[in-house]
Design a protein around this ligand. Structure first.
Ligand code: 5GP
Length: 183
C-alpha cells in the first residue's frame, strides 16, 4: 500500500483530535480514519462518528481476521484499532489519509508503512497537558493518573517522529500541518 498516509500521534489530552477535525473540515481531500474501540462512548459521542464502539468479542474478531492495520491497548484498559479496509479504500480514492493514534499503534504502522509521514503533537509544557487531562472532567482520578503515566512515556518518544508540532495555539498547529502535508 502506498498513497499519502499521515500518522498523528502524541499524548492523550494534547489536542490532536481537535487539530485533526479542524484540518479535515477545512480540506475535503483529507480523510480521517475512524477507529474501532472497546471503550464505552463518552456523553455526546456517536457510533460511527468518533469511533466504532465494539464489544470485546467483536474486537477479537477484527484482530483474528487481520481486519486492523494496527491496534493497541491504551491506559491498560480499552483496545483501539484502525480498520484496514477503509484505509485501503481511501488510499485508492487518492484521499489524504490521517490516522490519529497513540504511540504503540504508530510504531506498528511504521513497520508496515515506512513511507508514511509521522507527526508528533506535543504540549507547550507538562502543566498545560495536566490541566487539559484534568479539564476533560469525564475521568476518575485513577484514570487521569494512568493517562499521565502514558503521556510521560509518549512524550519521551517524540524523537521517533519525522516532525513535532507544538500545540500552543490551534490555528498555528493546523497551519503547520497544512504545510507538512502540502495541502
Ligand atoms: P480516547 O479514549 O481519549 O478517545 O483515546 C485514547 C487514546 O487512544 C488516544 O491517544 C488516541 O489517539 C488513541 N487511539 C484512538 N484510536 C486509536 C487507534 O485506532 N489505534 C491506536 N493505537 N490508538 C488509538
Amino acid at each position: 500500500m502506498s498513497g499519502d498516509v499521515t500518522v498523528i500521534s502524541g499524548p492523550s489530552g494534547v489536542g490532536k483530535g481537535t487539530i485533526v477535525r479542524a484540518l479535515a473540515s477545512a480540506y475535503p481531500q483529507v480523510w480521517v480514519s475512524i477507529s474501532a474501540t472497546t471503550r464505552p462512548p463518552r456523553p455526546g459521542e456517536q457510533d460511527g462518528r468518533e469511533y466504532y464502539f465494539v464489544s470485546d468479542a467483536e474486537f477479537d474478531e477484527l484482530v483474528a481476521t487481520d481486519g486492523l492495520l494496527e491496534w493497541a491497548q491504551v491506559h491498560g484498559a480499552a483496545r483501539y484499532g484502525t480498520p484496514l479496509a477503509p484505509v485501503l479504500a481511501a488510499v485508492d480514492a487518492d484521499r489524504r489519509v490521517l490516522l490519529e493514534i497513540e504511540l504503540q499503534g504508530s510504531r506498528q504502522v511504521r513497520r508496515r508503512l515506512p513511507g508514511a509521514r509521522y507527526v508528533f503533537i506535543a504540549p507547550p509544557d507538562a502543566e498545560t497537558l495536566l490541566a487539559r487531562l484534568r479539564g476533560r472532567g469525564t475521568e476518575s482520578e485513577e484514570q487521569v493518573r494512568r493517562r499521565l503515566q502514558t503521556a510521560q512515556t509518549e512524550l519521551a518518544a517524540a524523537g521517533e517522529f519525522d516532525h513535532v508540532v507544538v500545540n500552543d495555539e490551534l490555528a498555528a498547529s493546523v497551519a503547520e500541518l497544512v504545510e507538512l502535508l502540502g495541502l
